[in-house]
Design a protein around this ligand. Sequence first.
Ligand SMILES: [Zn+2]
Length: 238
Amino acid sequence: MLVGETVEAESPNPRARATGVAEHLDGRRLERVEAIGKNLLLSFEGGLVLRSHLRMSGRWTVRDRDSSTRGRPWLILRGAAREAVLWGGPVLELNKRAIRRLGPDILARPPDLDRMVANLRRDAGREVGDALLDQRLVAGIGNMWKAEALWQAHVSPWWRVGEVTDEELRSVLEEAARMMRRSVDLGREERAIYRHAGRPCSRCRTIVESRGQGDANRTAYWCPRCQPGKRGEQRPGA
Ligand SMILES: [Zn+2]
């Protein structure tokens, strides 16, 4: 069904969300699905394997994308036209090697922003949009929230970490924490830029751009006016 597609991943269920599984899978291509006994193994690009053990209550369903959802499924994997929904998946885990050494959790109350900023600073030459997805530096930010937080903070995904001030990094992390917390608590998601390529920016009406970024080639979305590619270019209000 979704094999070969790059999926959007989301965990509406708070207990499932706490596992951080969706953030790791979001924006990755599903390569293979195997059923072994009551285990379903989903292999994603980058060597990530999701194991869901289906007990009496757990089941996967496949349906049209963005069908209305009653209740809070454990995991939704969205492709271009179809989506797979895991209901009541009591055991849901990723292979340990892929998620070892996680950084501070963005959903902690409060998030440890000082340590996150220090972690992000480890590689000054890395693009900030790429660094934010490195779960060893900051745990929990997926591709969608990365795009939204950068846009909210007027920071380009393409700036090098060394070009971004501590204040800007904190602002990006604060926006991510605020929006993700809101999504967890209220089930409400603000999407101003993610998957909006080719449409006008809701702030300045400039056409939103998108391009793959980093080793995993995950799609970055940005407004070339609110988040100019190079530091020093015209910025709104500057
Ligand atoms: Zn804009």
